[in-house]
Design a protein around this ligand. Structure first.
Ligand code: SF4
Length: 415
């Protein structure tokens, strides 16, 4: 563990990379916890109570101060969760310690709507909305046209190279999305309204993050998000901070979002800093929007909504991949911090998530470099925010919703 990180971010990074090994607590928690996308796969030496080789496990762990952490299963992890104890609580243990590192940890619960259906009989768990801690992610049009767009060579496609979640598939039809049409099926908006009402009544929703796959025509994408943002605002009112997580949009469309009061901020994801890297990692964004227009759109949003309300998510470490130049950790951090300084000077706050490579388990030495990058970048970026007197606006993203990012935890640890 990196001793220079404050304690909570240190635990969080270690858990994100090492995962947890199986204890009965993980199975017990599935009575109420939101399920992980990936099952726990038992190691050869582990007792497998299911007899199937795998088991459902919780997705997100919550420390007693609310810090949210993404979990993965790993039979050789030094981490484990024990419980429930006599009071029904869980505790977090590390093999190097005699006592629990944290008591009263828990797991992010399944939303109450998991058991409910919309008036047309659709399970609410499948209408394209989901909680991450206190953030409601609305993703009713996930399919991305960049997966279908061809590069000039005619081979492959123009999706962002790290992305696996925007692939057009059966979800698209079930959710009422036609890949070329900004407008979604009428039932999509109706089901969304009903899910939002249940989410609002549940009481934990502090942020709404409105996301979706990209369209090759950024203006059409803007029309799709205008429709969606109107539904969200009508149902949510001002009970939550609504962030527009589309791709970058033309300024005149942003003015419509702003004039109608549809969103409280924007998050247009640059993913990486630098024109060349952007073209390499995000070829669809580079072709159909372009580096300059993406930046201009972010800067225009920062002028309209104010400097604490324009964000961009970044994918930390993808530039270490040979296909993107195989940057050294030091050079990649220097570039990222240069980008952070430039963006912050224009009122845009970048937020880094860790890049999760598919080869992770096969190349532990490269994973160690990736981890070193993420830890050192988090420290350097926290220092920059401190120098500039900036904090990530907790209305947009809080430690109770940032399950893969460290900025909120680093800001909280700052004196
Ligand atoms: S824009 Fe990029 S990250 Fe977003 S869904 Fe499309 S390919 Fe994935």
């Amino acid at each position: 563990m990196n001793p220079r990180l404050p304690e909570t971010p240190r635990i969080k990074v270690d858990l994100m990379f090492e995962g947890v090994r199986w204890t009965s607590a993980l199975g017990d928690a599935m009575r109420f916890a939101a399920p992980n996308f990936y099952p726990y796969r038992f190691g050869a030496e582990e007792h497998d109570p299911t007899g199937t080789g795998k088991s459902a496990m919780p997705y997100l762990l919550t420390l007693s101060d609310g810090t949210l952490i993404r979990l993965k299963g790993n039979p050789s992890s030094p981490w484990r969760v024990e419980g429930p104890d006599a009071r029904g609580g869980y505790s977090l243990w590390h093999d190097d310690c005699q006592d629990p590192l944290r008591r009263d940890v828990s797991f992010d619960p399944r939303p109450t709507w998991a058991e409910r259906v919309t008036t047309d009989g659709t399970p609410m768990g499948s209408v394209g909305v989901d909680f991450h801690g206190e953030m409601l992610v609305v993703n009713v049009a996930p399919a991305c046209q960049y997966f279908l767009a061809k590069p000039s060579s005619g081979k492959g496609n123009l999706k962002c190279t790290f992305c696996g979640y925007g692939r057009p598939d059966d979800r698209m039809t079930a959710l009422g999305q036609a890949i070329d049409a900004p407008r979604l099926a009428d039932f999509t908006y109706q089901r969304l309204r009903e899910a939002l009402r249940v989410a609002r009544d549940e009481g934990r929703m502090r942020h709404v993050y409105l996301v979706g796959g990209s369209m090759t025509d950024w203006r059409e994408e803007g029309e799709r998000f205008l429709d969606l943002a109107r539904v969200v605002r009508e149902e949510v009112g001002d009970s939550a901070y609504v962030a527009l997580g589309s791709g970058a949009l033309p300024t005149d469309q942003l003015e419509r979002f702003h004039a109608e009061g549809l969103v409280d901020g924007v998050c247009f994801n640059l993913e990486v800093w630098g024109r060349e890297l952007f073209g390499s990692v995000c070829p669809g964004k580079a072709r159909y929007v372009g580096w300059e227009r993406w930046l201009e759109s972010l800067y225009a949003a920062a002028r309209m909504w104010g400097p604490d309300h324009a964000f961009t998510a970044m994918v930390g470490g993808v530039e270490l991949e040979p296909e993107h130049g195989g940057w050294s950790v030091e050079a990649a951090i220097e570039n990222a911090i240069e980008g952070a300084r430039a963006l912050l000077s224009r009122g845009v706050t970048p937020v880094w998530s860790i890049y999760w490579p598919l080869w992770g388990a096969d190349h532990p030495e490269r994973l160690a470099e990736l981890r070193r990058y993420f830890e050192e970048l988090s420290l350097a970026y926290a220092e920059l925010r401190s120098e500039l007197g900036v904090r990530v606006n907790p209305d947009f993203l809080s430690h109770r919703s940032a399950y893969m990012q460290l900025e909120c935890d680093m800001d909280r640890a700052r004196p």
